[in-house]
Design a protein around this ligand. Sequence first.
Ligand code: CA
Length: 710
Amino acid sequence: MKIRLACLGLGALLSVGFGPLLAAPSKGPAAVTTERLLRASEEPGQWMSYGGSHSEQRFSGLTQINRDSVKQLGLAWFRDYDTNLQQQGTPLYIDGVVYVSTAWSKVYAFDARTGKPLWQYNPKVPGEWAANVCCGLVNKGLAAYDGKIYVGTLDARLVAIDAKNGKEVWSTVTLDAAKRNDPIQRYSITMAPRIVKGKVVIGASGGEFGVRGWIAAFDAKTGKQVWRFYTVPGDPNLPPENEAMRKAAATWPKTGDWWKIGGGGTVWDAAVYDPKTNLLYFGTGNGTPWNQKYRDPSGGDNLFLASIVALNPDTGEYVWHYQTTPADTWDYDSVSPMMTADITWEGKLRHVLLQPCKNGMFYVLDAASGKLLSAKAFTGVNWNTGVDMKTGRPIVVPESRYENKPFNLQPGVQGGHGWHANAYSPDTGLIYVATQDAYFPMIGDATYKQAGVGYNLGLDFMAPMTYYQKNPTEKAGFVGFLQAIDPSTGKQVWRTKENQGPAGGAMATAGGLVFQGGGADSELRAFDAKTGEKVWSFATQTAVLAPPISYELDGKQYVAVSVGGAVPGGYFAPNYSRLLVFGLGGKAKLPPAKEYVAPALNPPPSTASAEVIKAGGESYNKYCSSCHGADGQTRGSNFPNLMVSALLYSREGFNQVVLKGARKEKGMVSFATVLNDKSADALREYIIAQANAAKKLMPPPADAPKQAHE
Ligand code: CA
């Protein structure tokens, strides 16, 4: 309490001209106050919130590491994490301590001077909850306030941790606890909480499964909910919660069961508190199911799916919205990171909200009114031919709705931009966007039925394979790169070379640099912020997807980043998940990467009938492909490659896992509600057939290791 009063006191002094005093660090760990957050730019040596400041610009004001000195940048220290999964967490740095979240919603605190671990917090998420998580068992970051660190967990709790010792202070189940086992409650949290005037704001994921999207504020001291805003209407037989829901309900069917599976519209990343307008902006995700035909055959706009929404953060009341993708049927979440900025607009300074959206369009909105100022494609886009600036609506290419015929969508469902952080430099006036160029053939699933396990998409998720077999000359691929965009024109100023898969998140600095993870290229890179020239890189032995931060300690600037992600070899390969910290003259070295040989592809012979294999393929598509990949292979490093599984040899072992949940602790729950002995047999035969087909195409690797690394 003393600390907070002292800071308010300093704030008052500041107004009479004692500015520099405010930069003095407060006592005690995570002594973050509302004042400090509001004046984050006056403490460039700290990184106190997810995006570095309320604007979420991810701009460091430090200059010691710059265009000239960056050549001397080296590894100062590193620490291994106890996980082999993907890392997405933005670290925080507050008064000598680095806090970082890792897979399974775990949190570390490190002494920034020595790298010594101070504590680790494990929220002990039940393994089986992984079946309710769409996109990896990841966590994007933390919030800090008044001596506490806040983390959202995969099983949808919001937890306050004592920054001194890592002990849990409170834990709030963010969903309706009484309905915990209801299929409509398949929520998870991977986003970073945001602090708004003593409240912790967070939303939850789950739009692929069947949930009703929301964002809510909780009291930072007690964990009690202050307000909750649902993003889509609920049961049409009940009165709407508020005027916004009444308005939204008019864009959804009056009858039908769509609301029973939640409708979607989840808030899983972008959230910006803007002290200038006293608004909280957030983005909402896709509808459930993806295919609008099964959600709303009438083709309504379905508010507030795929929208940017502004609320009053004190009350949770609706203020304005802009729907980026009306009647979404393409998984075009509008949840990619957003930021506020003051940019030159038609010759004058204007306070705007910026979003490079998953749908491939770069949006500039007036931050106060939500008025659309600009909407331009920043990557290949074939679902619209532009945005009508009078109505703000995209001019949709009718064929892109894939109702009658497959459509090779660009950006594909991977998006023109994902969760990977953007950065903005007020010095260059450029926004740095981790961009994706991706295709995905969209084909409706005629056999779609809502299920309590697996994805609910209404889409044939194996479409890419069959589509490209039939149309071998159609465009395919998924590459990532970093580009600099001038938001006042919407034009690209420079771009980097492409790498396979997504590019990592970015940070800009007053040293004239942009740091960015090279995705699966396993490099951390620095670029000249003006020209895009690559001026530095470091081989990280593993994917770099999380965005770096920068801080100052004892007069020295550091760059810190969480690494770990898809590596050749997939789930069983060591992925070298670590915190890496760089400083000028850093001489630390990573231990050499271990040699790794992937398990051999050695399936039993495929003897089942074509009919059985086809039936197994249909189950695989519905229940397995979202985690294990479109053709039985692993999708990245988060889930095992089933084609090399020893369980293909054992009907009993396979059924123990698939029907009895023998590996639920690892996230592989029982699928007995949708599969029986017969369909499990067919599923196994399908994977065996896929493995045999794959074996024909590639020579098996030499020797498999005796024990897989996990
Ligand atoms: Ca989505």
